[in-house]
Design a protein. Structure first.
Length: 115
């Protein structure tokens, strides 16, 4: 067993059974990425907390973080700007709402323009 094995078992009650083996396989529910036609994405603009600079937000993606990052990278590349992926949202620098909605619908996503 590893040195820091106890960190994985935090919150487990001690057992006096000598044959007891702790099963470390957790049954975490992996979020499966929905197909593009079932995604309902909202593309809006935001200025709050960004020193008045505009960013385009893509909200509502349901799925794996790797798929979200790949979509974010694709959108940033097509728009030719920077951005990031945080807290389940794609952040693109600048006001690219119309272009992002057009790119998403071309890829088969159900995207609509927010504010």
């Amino acid at each position: 067993m590893a040195k820091n094995d106890w960190k994985k078992r935090d919150g487990v009650v001690f057992s006096t059974n000598p044959d007891f083996k702790y099963d470390s396989t957790e049954s975490e529910d992996e979020i499966q990425t929905l197909p593009p036609e079932k995604q309902k994405l909202i593309v809006c603009i935001d200025r709050s907390g960004r020193a008045g600079k505009q960013v385009t937000l893509v909200k509502g993606f349901i799925g794996d973080d790797d798929d979200l990052s790949a979509l974010g990278k694709k959108l940033k590349t097509k728009c030719g700007v920077g951005g990031s992926v945080k807290d389940g949202e794609i952040i693109i620098q600048g006001d690219f709402r119309d272009k992002v909605v057009e790119l998403l619908t071309k890829d088969g996503y159900k995207a609509k323009r927010g504010n």
